[in-house]
Design a protein around this ligand. Structure first.
Ligand code: PMP
Length: 432
C-alpha cells in the first residue's frame, strides 16, 4: 500500500489503534523505500476486506465483513481420512512439483463441478489456479496494458479492485439492479468507449449471487451479454464462486459460459466456497490462445498451484460425495440468510434498503445518501462489529452510503447481535 492510497479504511483511527506501536516504524520504513517503488504502486489500491481482516481477528469482534465459508462444517475426521489415504497412496507425487496446468487427476473433478451447473467442458481445457483470485490476476496479466479499459459491475467484487489497479486498468463500472448488470447501460457505455476509440479488454461479471450485492443476472440479460460479447468480439470473464450455493427453489439459470460455449466467455471457478478456501484451488476455462498465455503467466507467478491441495481434492472427489457437503453448507447458510434478513427488518431504521439474495454469502445494504459507511465502520468497530464499506467495491468513489454484510461466516446469534449493533449505529447517525 502506498502513501497515496486513498483507501479510507486503512487510515481510519480504529485501524491506527489496531496497528498499535508498529505504526510510526512503518512510516519510517515507507519513506526509506518509496524511491524504489515501481510507478504502478502509486495507483495500487489495497483491498478493503484485507485491511479489515486484521481488525476483525480480535475475538470480541463480530465480523460480518468476511466472505468466509464456514469451515467448521467440514467434518475433521473426513479431512483426516482423505489426507491419510492420499499420503498412503500418493505421498511422493503430492509432495512434488506439478504441471502448471494442474495434475491430471483433479481436472475431471472440476469438470464435474461445472457439469453440476449444466456446463460441459473437456477436462483438458481446465487450467488449475491458486483460487479464483488468480484467474482475475491472470486475465489482467494476459490482456491489460496500463490504461486499458476493463468493464465491471458497480458494485464489483472488492477483492478484484486491487488486481485491476495493480495492472493500471481503467475500470469502468456499470450499475447493477435487482436483475444484475444493467445491459442497456453496458451497451451505452460500450458505444461511448467505441466513439473514444477504446475497446475494453474484457468485461468482468459475477452473474450469479453477486459479490457484493447478492443479486443475480436475469436470463434475458445473460443472453444479451453473450450476444454483445460475440457481436463486438469482447471477452467476458464470468466469475462464478457462488452458483452452487442456492437457497431458494426456482430455475437454475444457465451460466454465461454455457450460453456462449466458451467462444468469448472465460470461466473462473473455485472450490473456496463449496469446499475450502484454505486449499486455494480454483480454475479457469478459456479459449485456447488465451489459456496458453495464462499458463505462461501463471508459471511466472507460482509454477503450479499446490500439488498437495490438488491431490487432496482428487482423493476427496474419488472417495466422498462432494455434493453432500455443498448441500450441508447451503442448508446452514439458507437459515443464516433468513436470520439476517429478519434481523435487518427488526433493527435497520427507516430509509435503509437491502437486497434479498437467493444464494451466495452477502446482503448489500443501502443507507440514506447523506451517511458514509466508512465513517460508520469506525463507530461500528468501537461496538465490536464489522462490515465492508461500499466504497471498496468501486474504483470511482461511489458506494459511500452502502455496505456489504456477510451471513455465512458467523452463527445465528452473532448475526442477530451484529445486525442489531449496526442498526443502532446507523440510527444514531441518522438522528445526529
Ligand atoms: N471472485 C469472487 C466474486 C469472490 O467472491 C472471491 C472470494 N471472496 C474470489 C473471486 C476469490 O476467491 P478464491 O481465490 O478463494 O477462489
Amino acid at each position: 500500500m502506498t502513501v497515496e492510497d486513498p483507501d479510507p479504511t486503512a487510515s481510519a483511527p480504529a485501524a491506527d489503534a489496531a496497528a498499535g506501536s508498529s505504526a510510526p516504524r512503518q512510516q519510517g520504513d515507507l519513506e526509506r523505500y518509496t524511491a524504489l517503488f515501481a510507478g504502478r504502486t502509486r495507483v495500487m489500491k489495497s483491498s478493503a476486506m484485507r485491511d479489515l481482516m486484521a481488525l476483525t481477528e480480535r475475538p470480541e469482534v463480530i465480523s460480518l465483513a468476511g466472505g468466509l465459508a464456514d469451515t467448521t462444517l467440514f467434518p475433521p475426521e473426513q479431512l483426516a481420512k482423505v489426507l491419510s489415504q492420499m499420503a498412503a497412496a500418493d505421498s511422493a507425487r503430492a509432495l512434488q512439483y506439478a504441471p502448471t496446468e494442474g495434475i491430471a487427476d483433479i481436472r475431471p473433478c472440476l469438470a464435474e463441478v461445472m457439469a453440476a451447473e449444466g456446463m460441459s467442458v473437456d477436462p483438458g481445457e481446465i487450467l488449475v489456479t491458486t483460487g479464483g483470485q488468480q484467474v482475475i490476476d491472470l486475465m489482467c496479466k494476459t490482456l491489460v496494458d496500463p490504461g486499458d479499459v476493463v468493464v465491471a459491475e458497480a458494485p464489483t467484487y472488492p477483492g478484484a479492485v486491487p488486481t485491476f489497479s495493480a495492472y493500471e486498468a481503467d475500470l469502468v463500472q456499470v450499475e447493477v439492479d435487482d436483475d444484475g448488470m444493467r445491459i442497456d447501460v453496458l451497451e451505452e457505455t460500450l458505444d461511448r468507449l467505441d466513439r473514444e476509440g477504446r475497446t475494453p479488454k474484457f468485461i468482468y461479471a459475477i452473474p450469479t449471487f453477486q459479490n457484493p450485492s447478492g443479486v443475480t443476472m436475469s436470463l434475458e440479460r445473460r443472453r444479451r451479454l453473450v450476444e454483445i460479447a460475440n457481436e463486438r468480439q469482447i471477452l467476458v470473464l464470468e466469475d462464478n464462486p457462488y452458483g452452487l450455493l442456492r437457497y431458494d427453489g426456482g430455475e437454475q439459470l444457465p451460466t454465461l459460459y454455457e450460453l456462449d460455449g466458451g467462444r468469448f466467455v472465460v470461466y473462473a471457478g473455485t472450490l473456496s466456497k463449496i469446499l475450502s478456501p484454505g486449499i486455494r484451488v480454483g480454475w479457469a476455462v478459456a479459449p485456447g490462445p488465451v489459456r496458453q498465455k495464462m499458463v505462461i503467466g501463471k508459471a511466472g507467478s507460482d509454477l503450479n498451484s499446490a500439488s498437495l491441495s490438488q491431490y487432496f481434492v482428487a482423493y476427496y472427489f474419488r472417495d466422498e460425495d462432494w455434493r453432500t457437503h455443498v448441500q450441508r453448507q447451503a442448508d446452514v447458510y439458507r437459515q443464516r440468510r433468513d436470520v439476517m434478513l429478519d434481523a435487518l427488518e427488526r433493527h435497520m431504521p427507516d430509509g435503509a434498503t437491502w437486497t434479498r439474495p437467493g444464494g451466495g454469502l452477502f446482503v448489500w445494504v443501502t443507507l440514506p445518501a447523506f451517511l458514509d459507511t466508512t465513517d460508520l465502520l469506525v463507530r461500528a468497530l468501537s461496538r465490536n462489529v464489522a462490515f465492508v464499506p461500499g466504497r471498496g467495491a468501486y474504483l470511482d468513489g461511489r458506494g459511500g452510503h452502502s455496505m456489504r454484510i456477510n451471513f455465512s461466516g458467523v452463527g445465528e446469534e452473532d448475526i442477530r447481535e451484529g445486525v442489531s449493533r449496526i442498526g443502532s449505529v446507523v440510527a444514531e447517525q441518522i438522528e445526529l
